[in-house]
Design a protein around this ligand. Structure first.
Ligand code: HEC
Length: 103
């Protein structure tokens, strides 16, 4: 019985190990690269000269960290960006670090 528990605990730790490797910290440099390549041009057209104003205008629409992720996913899907979920997370984290600063 005790041995079974030990084995079970070990298995659980191994699984956690794999999960934490798969979910490594978001890479904001990659996020910036993707964002600058696929998202900035259109925002420039939408707000005029400085494309970052789309995020910093007083009446910006994104109001929370989760809404930011949703918006990034939505926009990436709209333009068929071909991003993986981790790409979307890299971009959302980049935008949050640089502009929104949600907790
Ligand atoms: C076809 C043009 C276009 C493209 C391409 C585009 N966007 Fe947008 N985006 C807009 C417009 C227009 C708005 C403002 C919408 C509004 O005010 O209702 C916007 C708003 C946003 C917002 C919310 C800003 C706020 O008000 O807080 C985010 C975040 C955003 N876009 C992310 C992205 C990302 C990430 C990409 C690249 C995958 C992208 N967008 C590509 C046109 C575009």
């Amino acid at each position: 019985m005790r041995q079974n528990l030990a084995r079970f605990t070990q298995a659980a730790f191994c699984t956690l190990g794999i999960v934490s490797v798969a979910h490594s910290a978001p890479d904001t440099a990659k996020g910036q690269q993707l964002h600058d390549r696929q998202c900035v041009e259109c925002h420039k057209g939408a707000v005029g000269s400085d494309p970052s104003k789309i995020y910093t205008r007083p009446n910006h629409i994104v109001k929370s960290r989760s809404a930011l992720s949703q918006r990034v996913t939505f926009c990436a899907t709209q333009i068929n960006a071909g991003w993986f979920p981790e790409d979307e997370e890299n971009v959302a984290t980049y935008l949050n670090d640089k502009y929104y600063k949600f907790k």
